[in-house]
Design a protein around this ligand. Structure first.
Ligand SMILES: N[C@@H](CCC(=O)N[C@@H](CS)C(=O)NCC(=O)O)C(=O)O
Length: 220
């Protein structure tokens, strides 16, 4: 029995959803945590994940798993086919490094709790807050572009010609950026790889806007 705590707009959950689809795993239950209504901060979900963030995953008797990359690594270990990490240690380091550009450094700058703090506690107006988010999105996209365009290990996808965790994180970054009207066309290698990823059905159907409850278009 696999239970995934999820919301259509969540980029971190999108990463995990792509992983599920690529590995052909269908969670038995999807529990919607509506981030726009602040459901992540209610007691019921705080008991599941004290950090009040999605995704969270319960597989069987538990314990609950949290943090998208930890969940993806769990899926990789328990369902090794198709592999989402390269066989060699250097390759794995590169893929994990690319992942962290999005996961550790850029994505946290744009999540609801940070945006709410900037506009609420710190009193930033909406345009200034959006400027802040876009700045960090562009920083990440620029770093991805430089790595991906100069490194021989880049292929059809971020690392060679098979999808890896780096592609899941890059696609998440690109879709998250689109929610803030950051145009990835300015980053040609990023753009090419994201287009290639979107041709993979398991990735395309995991898109936030294809999930139940999603609007036709999303913005900040
Ligand atoms: N590093 C975490 C980030 C999780 C995260 O920030 N999730 C967002 C949705 S994408 C969330 O639940 N935000 C709620 C909030 O900011 O209040 C991961 O990769 O799982």
């Amino acid at each position: 029995m696999m239970k995934l705590f999820s919301f259509w707009r969540s980029i971190a959950t999108f990463r995990v959803r792509m992983g599920f689809n690529l590995k052909g795993i269908v969670p038995d239950e999807i529990v919607e945590i509506d981030l726009l209504k602040g459901k992540q901060r209610e007691d019921a979900f705080r008991a599941v994940n004290p950090q009040m963030l999605i995704p969270a995953l319960v597989d069987g008797d538990g314990p609950v798993m949290f943090q998208s990359m930890a969940i993806l690594e769990y899926l990789e270990e328990t369902h090794p086919q198709p592999p989402l990490l390269p066989k060699d240690a250097r390759g794995r380091a590169r893929v994990r490094g690319l992942c962290q550009i999005a996961v550790s450094d850029a994505h946290p700058m744009s999540v609801p709790r940070v945006r709410n703090y900037l506009t609420g506690e710190l009193g930033l107006d909406q345009p200034t807050m959006i400027k802040y988010v876009r700045h960090w999105q562009n920083e990440a996209l620029r770093a991805f572009e430089t790595h991906l365009s100069r490194d021989k290990a880049t292929g059809r996808y971020c690392h060679g010609d098979a999808v890896t965790l780096a592609d899941l994180c890059l696609v998440g970054q690109a879709v998250g950026s689109s929610f803030f009207e950051v145009d990835i066309k300015a980053y040609p290698t990023v753009s090419r790889i994201v287009d290639a990823c979107m041709q993979v059905d398991a990735i395309a159907r995991a898109h936030p806007l294809k999930q139940p409850g999603a609007p036709a278009l999303a913005s900040h």
